[in-house]
Design a protein around this ligand. Structure first.
Ligand SMILES: [Zn+2]
Length: 358
């Protein structure tokens, strides 16, 4: 499978045309301005989930799956609502939409997906290679097919030769799906400006991304890290559900897990003080890391103030307050050499103020 890419910067054309980089730290869908997406290291949720299971000693797989299925279903509902009639009644259209799903998996770096013949009842079967997270990917596939066929499905994994195959069959929803709905506060405006690629309009700062469509991978070549394009809702819905089931104890675990995850990533991408600490400019370091938060649609840091070991960051439109608390803790730790205490509060409907101290 080949995907068509921008000749100037290499960004997949269809993805570039379906997303909008706004001036307020958000990336939204062109067809649904209220629907947010982010770009992030592909493993971040896997690492957070692993840590929660480790520390709290419970499996959270079912919550993760249901939340992602709901979010995926909603994404696809939004994308195909205009073609609903054709999908139902015109022969061949359903197959075309599924081919589009497979491509979308590659564009977003979520996985390589290829539909294969399937005997028996149900929606079908597909080879899945390199899923960014196995449970989340299964949920993406099931949610997309439920949206397409307008009925509930279940799934199982099968090993066929070298490949993992997901088989999607008729099924029913457990009760949990009902309460996993989400809503979003309206975003605050901002005044960020990006230099845009003349070929596709995507910010040129993303020019180092490379797509390996035959593997389903999106790699940030500057540092050799796998990235993924994901709607923002899974994170908040899953974390909210985890708190509901497991209690508030889950939040410090999330923050600590993300801090640990972000440490090597921030250091590898932005820190240039290791060899010669005299050239380390803390202000520049903070600014570059916070600018990347906005570029990736994770929120809009509008103020960063550092004074005597105390760091205050104000973020408009944060995609998730806990994940950013962990990310900023890592930022502080690299700059100040100490693991911080992090506190934060909502200082507006779409604003969070973080205070980090040693
Ligand atoms: Zn381009």
């Amino acid at each position: 499978m080949r995907i068509k890419k921008c000749k100037v910067c290499g960004f997949p054309y269809r993805l570039a045309r379906s997303l909008v980089w706004n001036d307020n730290g958000t990336i939204t869908s062109k067809h649904r301005p209220d629907f947010r997406t982010l770009i992030i290291e592909a493993d971040y949720l896997t690492e957070i989930f692993k840590k929660i299971e480790e520390v709290l000693g419970v499996s959270i797989q079912h919550i993760v799956f249901e939340a992602q299925r709901n979010a995926a279903k909603d994404v696809i509902n939004g994308n195909i609502s205009r073609f609903r009639w054709a999908i139902r009644y015109v022969p061949g259209v359903r197959r075309m939409v599924i081919a589009y799903f497979n491509r979308m998996a590659s564009w977003t770096g979520q996985a390589y997906a290829k539909t294969i013949p399937h005997q028996g009842e149900g929606a079908g079967a597909a080879i899945i290679r390199n899923p960014f997270n196995r449970d989340l990917m299964a949920a993406v596939v099931v949610g997309a097919l439920e949206s397409l066929d307008e009925k509930p499905y279940d799934y199982r994994w099968e090993r066929r030769g070298e490949d993992d195959v997901i088989v999607v069959e008729s099924g029913a929803h457990p009760d949990i799906s009902e309460r996993l709905a989400y809503n979003t506060a309206p975003p605050k405006p901002g005044d960020r400006r990006y230099q845009r690629c003349p070929g596709c309009g995507v910010p040129v700062l993303l020019k180092d991304m490379e797509w390996r469509e035959n593997e389903g991978l999106m790699i940030d070549m500057k540092r050799g890290v796998r990235m993924v394009v994901l709607e923002i809702y899974t994170t908040s819905v899953v974390l909210r559900e985890l708190a509901r089931e497991l209690g508030e104890d889950v939040f410090p675990v999330i923050v600590a897990a993300q801090r640990q995850f972000s440490l090597p990533h921030i250091r590898g991408e932005f820190f240039r003080g290791e060899d010669n600490s005299s050239v380390f400019d803390k202000e520049v370091f903070y600014r570059e890391v916070l600018d990347s938060v906005a570029l990736r649609g994770q929120g809009n840091p509008v103020m960063c103030d550092t004074d005597d070991g105390r760091l205050v960051i104000i973020v408009d439109n944060p995609f998730d307050e806990y994940v950013l608390a962990g990310h900023f803790s890592a930022l502080y730790e690299i700059a100040e050499g100490k693991t911080p205490q992090v506190a934060w509060e909502a200082t507006g409907p779409s604003t969070v103020t973080y205070t980090l101290t040693s």
